[in-house]
Design a protein around this ligand. Structure first.
Ligand code: ATP
Ligand code: MG
Length: 352
């Protein structure tokens, strides 16, 4: 098995080093690691945030572990040369259409959430967001009407097969978790949503062991703060998923704890090809100071092991070690604690 490690900019290399220690400790047989440059670092050394060589390494691997990109010194570059473009380039070139974001409340951190602790304690949801369709990719225009008023125009569309493939990802994810899937749409108003609902319902026939429900997105946003414990897996389109996944993240609290996966259709020998990264950015304000919390990065590695390498037990081991570290009060600056990057890495390794 092969993993491409793309550490990137800012705190990326610091947190990647800790994930690497965890990976080394697992001693996976036959594992090959390939490091490649991405983001501002790659722009400086190769003139492009996503050099062809990096893309080739990613494509050649069974999974990609991605740190973070973003560099204030690159802010004035033309758009296609900015570090953030590397993520979009990887997603489109690797055919990654499913974005998975778990939001789980870790014991002892209930007070970090904006929700009441007794409600926050219930959060354990996986949001599966479609990434390649919806209003982001439909026809767009800024038109001038006859009377001179400007009109913005964005077409929302989904084709059946686009809905079906994300539905399969979500049903399979539900099978691996609590067995419940909630499909979120706005079928009372939108044709795209009516299609979404029909196709998800049809796909359900392949997964009789999963309990399927449907919810309108406005209600889902409300339920996420009122009674988040009711959700196991949520599947939704690109736009609704963008909003709901940020909402769920903030209900959990810290940015330094949340991981994500972007999956494609390609199956490897061990699972589904994917790219895994923390939801936070490169945090240039604390880069190079050894202060970044590496937990989101380490949890991204756990997701990689689960989805791309078929190593559920190793994934659970890592997740338990993180939970135990938090429970022991080893907290990074993002959680109001004082533990540094390497210290947190030590504490997680000790519990692994
Ligand atoms: P991007 O556009 O790349 O998402 P951003 O500036 O919007 O960047 P982050 O880079 O995620 O967002 O940083 C937001 C804040 O959270 C910063 O103050 C940063 O220091 C802090 N932060 C982000 N990640 C971590 C982490 N792993 N550990 C500690 N603090 C973090
Ligand atoms: Mg940001």
């Amino acid at each position: 098995m092969k993993i491409a490690l793309l550490a990137g900019d800012g705190i990326g290399p610091e947190i990647m080093a800790q994930a690497r220690r965890v990976l080394d400790a697992l001693e996976l047989p036959g594992l090959e690691l390939i490091e490649a440059e991405v983001g501002g670092t790659a722009y400086r050394n190769h003139g492009h945030p996503l050099p062809g060589e990096t893309l080739a390494s990613a494509r050649d691997a069974d999974a990609v572990l991605f740190g973070a990109v973003g560099d204030p010194e690159c802010d004035n570059l033309e758009r296609h040369l900015r570090p953030e473009q590397a993520i979009l380039g990887l997603r489109s070139n690797l055919g990654l259409f499913a974005n998975l974001r778990p939001a789980t409340m870790f014991p002892g951190l209930e007070n970090m959430s904006g929700l009441k602790p007794e409600i926050a304690r219930q959060i354990d949801v996986l949001i599966v967001r479609e990434l390649n369709g919806d209003v982001y990719f439909g026809e767009k225009a800024m038109r001038v009407l006859e009377d001179g008023r400007r009109q913005g125009y964005d077409v929302m569309s989904y084709a059946e097969d686009e809905v079906r493939r994300i539905a399969h990802v979500a049903f399979r994810a539900a099978q691996g978790r609590g067995g419940k899937l909630c499909s979120v749409d706005k079928a009372n108003v939108l044709e795209t949503s009516q299609l979404w609902r029909d196709v998800v319902t049809e796909t359900h026939a392949d997964y009789p062991d999963v309990e399927l429900s449907h919810m309108y997105v406005d209600n889902a946003a409300m339920q996420m703060v009122r009674n988040p414990g009711q959700f196991d897996v949520i599947v939704t389109g690109n736009l609704f998923g963008d909003i709901l996944s940020d909402q769920a993240s903030m209900c959990v609290g810290s940015i330094g704890l949340l991981a994500s996966a972007s999956l494609g259709e390609r199956q490897t020998e061990y699972g589904t090809f994917g790219m895994y990264e923390p939801i936070h950015g490169s945090a240039p304000d604390i880069a190079g100071q050894g202060k970044a919390n590496p937990m989101a990065m380490i949890l991204s590695l756990a997701m990689l092991l689960r989805h791309s390498l078929g190593r559920e037990e190793d994934a659970l081991r890592i997740e338990k070690a993180i939970a135990a570290t938090l429970e022991a009060g080893v907290l990074g600056g993002d959680l109001g604690g004082s533990a540094g990057t390497a210290e947190i890495g030590d504490a997680v390794l000790e519990r692994l």
